[in-house]
Design a protein around this ligand. Structure first.
Ligand SMILES: Nc1ncnc2c1ncn2[C@@H]1O[C@H](COP(=O)(O)OP(=O)(O)OP(=O)(O)O)[C@@H](O)[C@H]1O
Ligand SMILES: [Mg+2]
Length: 237
């Protein structure tokens, strides 16, 4: 494993019964880096994410990881327990990860939430606040690698930008390494250092974000790029 990497995946193949959803992908997440995986629905992104955190056993290939991983899910509100307050949810994770030694005020400050949310239930918070709580829960495990599976797709565009900035701040302040899955190229382009473009279980473009977006190797990436709405093409109403 290369010194600069915190996670290395080699020739990962993942099956659901007879169906091979992931057909041999290799990638590396650099320490303190943000790596994006983009691709349309059904291309295998979540299958990769779930396998990395151990939710999928039927795979071959090599997963080498030098630190703890935690997952941030797409559906922020749905991934939180509706019957627990924020305080209860955070205390539960903290009690399961005493070695991480993290406390609620620290976690709240890292994700930009005030103590006022501690008494609230998920239904009493906005989507953006719920996503911040789910990031706080991931941090509470002491993980230094976040696997974020479409963490902003369910949020309004303005809130998306704020949550993405949160990931960037966490990388800078805590040195976190982040695998960011998205189907929106704009999200990946602005936040990730490197990108893998996934089509039907394979990576068809891999490289640093600028290169993949300015000189894509595959027709698939070119087609995805052509679908990205550009502000200058939208006429005023
Ligand atoms: N539990 C499962 N059993 C059988 N097939 C599955 C299962 N989960 C996913 N699949 C199939 O594997 C393929 C990849 O699914 P996956 O959820 O990884 O795609 P994705 O890229 O995350 O899509 P999306 O952008 O919609 O989240 C799809 O064809 C899907 O139908
Ligand atoms: Mg998915």
């Amino acid at each position: 494993m290369k010194n600069e990497n915190i996670l290395e995946v080699t020739d990962l193949r993942i099956r659901y019964g007879n169906f091979e959803a992931v057909k041999g992908v290799s990638f590396a997440l650099k320490r303190g880096g943000i790596l994006g995986i983009v691709g349309e629905s059904g291309s295998g992104k979540s299958t990769v994410a779930r396998t990395l955190i151990g939710l999928n056993r039927d795979f071959s290939g090599k997963i080498e990881c030098l630190d703890r991983m935690a997952m941030v899910f797409q559906d922020a509100v749905g991934s939180l327990n509706p019957r627990m307050t924020v305080r209860q949810m955070l205390e539960e994770v903290i009690s399961h990860h005493p070695k991480a030694g993290l406390e609620i005020p620290y976690l709240l400050s890292k994700v930009g939430l005030s103590e006022a949310v501690l008494a609230q239930y998920p239904r009493e918070m906005s989507g953006g606040q719920c996503q911040r709580v789910s990031v706080a829960r991931a941090l509470a495990t002491g993980a230094n690698i976040l696997i974020a599976d479409e963490p902003v797709s369910a949020l309004d565009v303005s809130v998306q930008a704020r949550v993405l900035n949160l990931f960037r701040d966490l990388r800078r302040e805590l040195g976190l390494s982040i695998l960011l899955i998205a189907h929106d190229l704009a999200v990946v382009k602005n936040v990730c250092d490197e990108v893998c473009v996934m089509e039907r279980g394979l990576f068809v473009d891999v490289g640093d974000s600028d290169t993949v977006f300015t000189r894509p190797q595959s027709d698939y990436t070119r087609r995805l790029l052509a679908c990205v709405p550009r502000i200058d093409r939208i006429s005023p109403v």
